[in-house]
Ligand binder design. Sequence first.
Ligand SMILES: Nc1nc2c(ncn2[C@@H]2O[C@H](COP(=O)(O)OP(=O)(O)O)[C@@H](O)[C@H]2O)c(=O)[nH]1
Ligand SMILES: [Mg+2]
Length: 163
Amino acid sequence: MVLCIGPESSGKTLLLKKIQDPNYVDNTTTAIPTVGTNILNLKIEDKIYTIREIGGSLASIWSKYFENVGKVMYVIDASNLCQISAAGVLLYTVVAHPLLKNARFLIVLTKMDSSYRQMRNEALLMLQMKRLQREIQQKITIIEASAINGLGRNDILKWIVES
Ligand SMILES: Nc1nc2c(ncn2[C@@H]2O[C@H](COP(=O)(O)OP(=O)(O)O)[C@@H](O)[C@H]2O)c(=O)[nH]1
Ligand SMILES: [Mg+2]
């Protein structure tokens, strides 16, 4: 099971839709934040991968879903300067959770199509990624993405498939 988490409105739902269907174009005028969880089944080369998205408003109870999670996809809005540091603090608590000590982590810096995006290095600095990687033993992969133009889609699929 892959868990997809991250702050509210960081772009999880749209990204997952884009991953499921590369031709997906979002026509909704109002985004409805995910309340509760969304389950998505991805078929990649005849294998089914289950992804569970949990809304950012449920951050306090994310850990209820950590059982049997092998991979965590942590989605951060790279265009939202105010959110990045807070997202990093939240990420620390997730990575430190005992149930996830053997999990693989993917940090998705999304909305990279936005002109307000933070450059990768600045975002990683704000997330204190160097320090985090020093302190933990889990493997962290970082991918830049966009649900609008499909950037990062192939790399994310590869990460989901690789064991
Ligand atoms: N420019 C841009 N906007 C995005 C992107 N992904 C999501 N959004 C917008 O960000 C808002 C929140 O997206 P959503 O997927 O619902 O976030 P969630 O709460 O993490 O599931 C919506 O208004 C989306 O249209 C992206 O890659 N680029
Ligand atoms: Mg959502």
